[in-house]
Design a protein around this ligand. Structure first.
Ligand code: ADP
Ligand code: MG
Ligand code: ZN
Length: 489
């Protein structure tokens, strides 16, 4: 069968580190980035016998607010469960997690894709603790060894699991991107994939298009960027289709993603939940979620990404593209909002254009942080809109502002920039340019309108970008349609 004879069924599991000051069940600090290994530890997060856990209230709040943000349901009372397994990064021999009573269930997230909006059901979001970190290396005699760093052990983790709703690699990537944006917006997690604060796993299976029953699923791990998520799933879909075509049975397995090789590889057979021998955690009381507490958390949610995009396009009249960029990029969104706030009455659309265009271009090319004063950007946009400087001068002014922090007024004065719009002072320059470029003039006369652009460009060059391009173009047209040959300059 050709591979489009199959439909992919995909479910995504995301683990994200919650943004709390201390760990999930002890008071060790979570600010261990760059710290000495095993310097943020205590008997609880080292898993020493007899140490008892204490619940971090803030972590619970962050999961409740994530639940509220995805419209999930939260039970009045929930509890903790032990997930038992052995691994050197888990010295207790079990992870404290939540099994059948997660803090949030039955939510959803709507994403925008190239084929339009798509709704992803979210089965559950629950709270658990992170494991320690294994560091594999070489010992003094060249022997292979693994070291354990417990600084990460016991950091609060939220696991968010989708329904098997996703059908394409693109939808999966977009879901992960939108979830990251949501988690950052509500302050639940920094969700940086490269730093392991957000880990995405994909469950992928195929079924013959038009059939209902799900095929055997494979879990894919170790994808460290959104791009890898999309590539790994696309690879896995192709791999499974080829296997099914060849009549090879698929097995439940966990596969890793090798980014350099661009392929998935077998890691281990998949455990099932029976293997984990879940049972209620005896060291912790059940967790009751007070209705008033939940209502307060709901009430304190900030404007969510979807609502903000809708406000930008419906109320401010921005394009869907600009709205998406401004909401997805925190710096750009902040600059946009602050610029409008700095100058009441300023039109939103040109501000959005400057921010998504020139500001982001400058920022993305810069090595260090880039600062644009909102009041300065407002001033610049106003000057370009009312025609006192042209767009390309405006660009130069913005670059100068980023470089020096000077006011727009000072830069315009220093560079001697103002837009020349009167045909009278542009006339002699236009004449010079026409005289110097007889070939282009002949092309325009021969009905090649592209040649006009070249001539306008020459005038812009001669005026150091200060000419009003529209006025120049009209002057050239009029001059050439008038029929007279350019005279000597
Ligand atoms: P496990 O702990 O075994 O990984 P979870 O319930 O945490 O199980 O996650 C299973 C994920 O796999 C969910 O996102 C679910 O939607 C998805 N899923 C379940 N069955 C299939 C299937 N046949 N094909 C693809 N994804 C599936
Ligand atoms: Mg899983
Ligand atoms: Zn600790």
């Amino acid at each position: 069968m050709p591979s489009d004879a199959y439909e992919a069924v995909i479910g995504i599991e995301v683990h994200c580190q919650l943004k709390t000051a201390s760990k999930m069940f002890c008071s060790c600090s979570t600010a261990y980035d760059g710290a000495r290994p095993n310097s943020h530890t205590c008997p609880v997060c080292l898993g020493l016998p007899g140490a008892l856990p204490v619940i971090n209230k803030r972590a619970v709040e962050l999961v409740l607010s994530a639940g509220a943000a995805i419209g999930a349901w939260t039970p009045d009372a929930t509890r903790w469960d032990r997930k038992n397994y052995f691994y050197p990064d888990l010295p207790k021999g079990y992870q404290i997690s939540q099994y059948d009573l997660p803090l949030a269930s039955a939510g959803m997230l709507t994403i925008d894709t190239s084929a339009g909006p798509f709704r992803v059901g979210i089965t559950r979001a629950h709270l658990e603790e992170d494991t320690a970190k294994l560091v594999h290396g070489e010992g003094p005699m060249g022997e292979r060894l693994s070291l354990v760093d417990f600084n990460r052990s016991g950091v609060p983790l939220m696991e968010i699991v989708t329904d098997p709703d996703i059908r394409t690699a693109e939808q999966a990537r977009r879901y992960a991107e939108e979830l990251q944006l949501l988690l950052r917006t509500i302050g639940a997690s920094d969700a940086d994939m490269e730093r392991g604060q957000m880990r995405v796993e994909a469950n992928v299976s195929l079924r013959p298009r038009g059939t209902e029953a799900f095929g055997t699923r494979v879990e894919v791990k170790n994808m460290n960027s959104f791009r890898s998520v999309e590539r790994a799933i696309a690879f896995e879909i192709e791999r499974q289709a080829a296997a099914l075509d060849a009549g090879e049975p698929l097995r439940m397995e966990t596969r890793g993603w090798a980014d350099e090789r661009g392929e998935t590889y077998h890691m281990r057979a998949k455990e099932t939940s029976d293997d984990y021998r879940y049972f209620p955690e005896p060291d912790l009381p059940p967790l009751r979620v007070d209705t008033a507490w939940l209502a307060q958390i709901r009430g304190e949610l900030p404007e969510l990404p979807a609502a903000r995009r809708a406000r930008y396009s419906d109320v401010l009249g921005l394009s869907a593209y600009d709205a998406a960029v401004l909401v997805a990029d925190a710096d750009a969104g902040t600059l946009f909002e602050a610029t409008l706030a700095a100058s009441p009455g300023l039109e939103a659309k040109p501000v959005a254009n400057w921010v998504t265009g020139d500001y982001l271009r400058i920022r993305n090319a810069a090595d260090g942080p880039v600062t644009v004063e909102p009041a300065a950007l407002a001033d610049l946009v106003r000057r370009v809109t009312d025609g006192s400087i042209n767009r390309s001068s405006g660009r130069e002014v913005l670059e100068a502002h980023v470089a020096t922090g000077e006011s727009i007024e000072a830069i315009v004065a220093r560079l001697g920039l103002r837009q020349i719009s009167d045909a009278g002072s542009l006339g002699p320059v236009v004449e010079q340019v026409l005289a110097a470029n007889p070939d282009a003039v002949a092309d325009v006369r021969a009905g090649k309108p592209q040649a006009i652009g070249f001539l306008v460009g020459q005038v812009m060059k001669a005026t150091r970008g200060q000419a009003n391009a529209g006025v120049v173009q009209a002057a050239i047209r009029q001059r050439l349609d008038g029929g007279t040959e350019p005279g000597p300059s």
